[in-house]
Design a protein around this ligand. Structure first.
Ligand SMILES: NC(=O)c1ccc[n+]([C@@H]2O[C@H](COP(=O)([O-])OP(=O)(O)OC[C@H]3O[C@@H](n4cnc5c(N)ncnc54)[C@H](O)[C@@H]3O)[C@@H](O)[C@H]2O)c1
Length: 346
């Protein structure tokens, strides 16, 4: 089976590419290599005969048609996106172009290819989205697949728009789609502007560890390799037209998460005093959603999937990976905007 994976040089997409090639799928990785893309993330599979790379921007419909024509995939896994909420606050334009127009281009290129092939029932367009489309929870409750959409940042609004387009292409044109909305991911190859790598790398550099607001925002953390496993399962077994929420069953307040990482570092890379002494509280993100939590009943009951890694285990593995892969993150720290405070303009 041949998969066309968009955004396969990013954090989650590269985990999908590595896992899929490891399981014997042929994979075509379509990525524009923006500031967030890194081919090092897929270096372990890049020599495999099962792997191909296409340096293509999903905003370029003509190039997408050529990729479909050349590789003739059996399924699409669409992950390419602008993904950083803070960047979406400072510059929403790229999010509209890539996440909405880019998804529209992907849908049209896939539809045209699928029609040309005689509309095979086995074809799939798997759209990978976020729980942020559902908005913000109070202290109680969880997001189900029936929760009304209520996006509150330019990032989540652009992802919500793309979800609606994907559903519309199924209802209107019959394109065989599946959708997933997952919670916050973490793990190896996480770009060094996101919370968990920022904590690890600032701690190691002896710098302040910034926590937004009072650190009371709650996220449901999902280990990226568990997410990749769930995505391949939904692709293979998910019902056409259906969406599945994917969560880690690992809720944590930001401040508790940061303290846990500091405690792991205290053990793995001891220094005088604790890394937790470097924690400082900084101005909150504009419109910072208080809490996200996923009710994973559907994917658990219908497809038999559960996360395999607890938050403590996943964080141990993640911290150890960053300690062992300094060359990888040092190179990315030089990229545009990394290490600067973003998302406070509004
Ligand atoms: N990171 C999370 O916690 C999380 C949670 C839920 C859902 N998601 C979704 O999963 C997907 C992947 O997220 P991620 O964290 O791996 O993102 P990422 O920012 O690490 O990677 C995005 C990748 O897409 C590529 N890309 C960006 N614009 C492109 C364009 N116009 N054309 C082609 N390629 C382009 C980048 O080069 C990069 O390789 C996104 O759709 C995101 O919305 C992420």
């Amino acid at each position: 089976m041949k998969l066309l994976v968009t955004g396969g040089a990013g954090f989650i997409g590269s985990a999908v590419v590595r896992l899929a090639v490891g399981r014997g799928y042929e994979v075509v990785n379509v990525d524009a290599l923006t500031y967030a893309g890194c081919l090092e993330n897929v270096a372990v599979v890049s020599d495999s005969p099962l792997y191909a790379f296409e340096h293509v921007d999903i905003r370029d419909r003509t190039a997408l048609d050529a990729v479909f024509g050349k590789h003739e995939p059996d399924a699409v896994m669409h992950l390419a996106a602008e993904s950083h909420v803070d960047r979406s606050i400072d510059g929403p334009g790229d999010f509209i172009e890539t996440n909405i127009t880019g998804t529209y281009n992907m849908l049209e290129a896939a539809r045209s290819y699928w029609v040309e092939k005689g509309k095979p029932e086995t074809f799939r367009f798997h759209h990978i989205s976020t729980d942020e489309v559902f908005g913000s929870l109070g202290p109680e409750g969880m997001f189900t697949e029936e929760t009304p959409y209520d996006p509150r940042s330019p990032y989540s609004a652009s992802k919500a728009a793309s979800d609606h387009l994907v559903r519309a292409w199924h209802e209107t044109y019959g394109l065989p789609v599946v959708l997933t909305n997952c919670s916050n991911n973490y793990g190896p190859y996480h770009f060094p502007e996101k919370l968990i790598p920022v904590v690890i790398l600032n701690a190691l550099a002896g710098q302040d560890i910034p926590v937004y607001g009072e650190g009371l925002n709650v996220r449901d953390w999902l280990f990226v390799e568990d997410h990749a496993d769930a995505l391949l399962l939904v692709l293979a077994k998910g019902a056409v037209g259906r969406s599945y929420n994917i969560g880690g069953e690992n809720e944590a307040r930001n401040i508790d998460l940061v303290k846990t990482i500091c405690a792991i570092l205290d053990r793995l890379r001891p220094k005088d005093g604790s890394y937790a002494d470097q924690i400082i509280f900084v101005q909150d993100r504009a419109g910072h959603d208080l809490r996200y939590a996923i009710d994973p009943s559907r994917i658990r009951d219908e497809l038999g999937w559960r996360p395999s890694v607890t938050l403590q285990e996943g964080l141990e593995r993640t911290v150890a990976w960053y300690l062992d892969n300094e060359d990888w993150w040092r190179a990315l720290q030089a990229r545009d905007g990394v290490g600067q405070r973003l998302g406070v303009k509004a």
